[in-house]
Ligand binder design. Structure first.
Ligand code: URA
Length: 419
């Protein structure tokens, strides 16, 4: 087999076979095929697409590039949720304590933020000493002891995805339905959860700008899951405007804890309950969404969710005092109040531009090796659709550096419209 012939075939819009896909993946992972040939193939896939059969074969080849975990000998049902990524999307954090309080295991393996989207691991690391790197033994130990693990993907899970994702990121080939499906599903199948719920985002802050493409992606994710023997369901959610009021790592931990108290903003609380209910229904705890949601809502006032989160933090070596004292996470040195210049209605707070505005304060990274400043970010006091008066504060930028503040303000001014 020649790599050239496979690139040529896909470039001309033809289907590539299971054997050809396996040949590419295996030899790319072991270093025999160079980045430049795989880049060309990724671009051909981006423009020509892959049909479902090719997408499935790519997913399985990527899954088999590393270790696969089996969770079926744990005594309880296992369920995980995966979001396709967004701005202010901290939902994984409250979901784990909520769902595991119903005697379900959640093996949450998450990623880091890149570009305008945040990552669960970076957010968790805003909690002093919180550890996210655990090997296989420790991962199983956390699940057995506490039903929850909120950790990073081990080096051994889907190594093909690790390599391909880095290449896609620098060759403008991330936002392809087939490549996203294979990337997400190779990790999810390898991680081993029996039930999977996908939060597929669409809009300016998402990989899929159009709702129809998000629907197609959701269909692929569910179909691949089912073929791999997993139950799966999805929620399509709007990512045209940031989720919740907080963007940035420390701030998003605060909002997550507020959700667990039953005091979170309505949009984040609603989405948490929707996804949580789907997870509980798939795991067989409740038969219908209505009952599952009601049961979730009943428990806020018991303090059970906060206890669960405290225990998760303790077992992952973080400081659980954060739950009662947010200043355990050191706040930024400065705050800038961005005020309205007129009376009116906020008709737009653009998720992509607000995500960038948070990133440049130090909350995110443009390149993989960039350091995160956990204390920085944006707090939205007023959200899209709300009235504002002249001189009223719309949002607060948490920052440590004047130049970064100026840069952030450029994005905010572009991203907001008041009429
Ligand atoms: N999340 C992933 O894990 N992979 C993608 O390709 C996109 C989002």
């Amino acid at each position: 087999m020649r790599v050239y012939d496979i690139i040529y075939k896909k470039r001309n819009g033809n289907e590539i076979s299971k054997e050809e896909i396996e040949f590419i993946i295996n030899n790319y992972v072991n270093g025999k095929i160079p980045d430049y040939q795989v880049s060309a193939l990724l671009m051909a896939i981006f423009f020509r697409g892959m049909d479902f059969k090719e997408t499935l074969n790519l997913t399985l080849a990527m899954t088999n590039s590393g270790e696969t975990y089996k969770l079926d000998d744990l005594d309880l049902p296992t369920v995980d949720k995966h979001s396709t990524g967004g701005v202010g999307d901290k939902i994984s954090i409250p979901l784990v304590p909520i769902v595991t309080s119903f005697d379900v295991i959640v093996p949450m393996m998450s990623g880091r933020g890149l570009g305008h989207t945040g990552g669960t691991l970076d957010k968790l690391e805003a909690i002093p000493n919180f550890k996210v790197n655990f090997g296989k033994e420790d991962f199983f130990d956390l699940l057995r002891k506490n039903k929850a693990a909120m950790i990073g993907q081990s080096e051994k899970i889907a190594p093909a995805d690790r390599k391909l994702y880095a290449l896609r990121d620098v060759t403008a080939t991330v936002d392809s339905i087939s490549l996203i499906t294979a990337s997400i599903m190779s990790k999810k199948i390898a991680e081993g959860a029996e039930n999977l719920v996908f939060d597929v985002k669409y809009g300016s802050g998402a990989f899929m700008k159009e709702k129809e493409n998000a629907e197609k992606l959701a269909g692929y994710l569910v179909k691949v899951s089912n073929i791999a023997g997993r139950n799966a369901d999805f929620v399509l959610s709007d990512m045209n405007t940031p989720l919740g009021q907080m963007i940035g790592n420390r701030l998003e931990i605060i909002e997550s804890i507020e959700i667990l108290k039953g005091q979170g903003p309505k949009d984040t609380t609603d989405l948490t309950e929707e996804l949580g209910a789907k997870m509980l229904v798939l795991a067989g705890i409740y038969e219908d969404m209505g009952t599952a949601k009601k049961e979730i809502q009943k428990r806020y006032e018991t303090g059970l969710y906060l206890d669960r989160f405290r225990k998760i933090i303790e077992l992952q070596e973080g400081n659980p005092k954060v739950i009662d004292d947010y200043n355990i996470m050191i706040p930024s040195e400065y705050r800038y109040e961005f005020k309205s210049d007129k009376d009116g209605i906020i008709i737009k707070e653009d998720a992509y531009l607000f995500g960038m505005a948070a990133l440049v304060t130090g909350a995110g990274r443009e390149r993989k090796e960039d350091e995160i400043d956990h204390s920085c970010g944006i707090e939205l006091l007023k959200k899209e659709g709300e009235n504002v008066s002249r001189n009223e504060t719309i949002l607060i930028i948490h920052y440590n550096n004047e130049a970064k503040l100026r840069n952030s303000l450029k994005y905010i001014k572009k991203g907001i419209s008041i009429e």
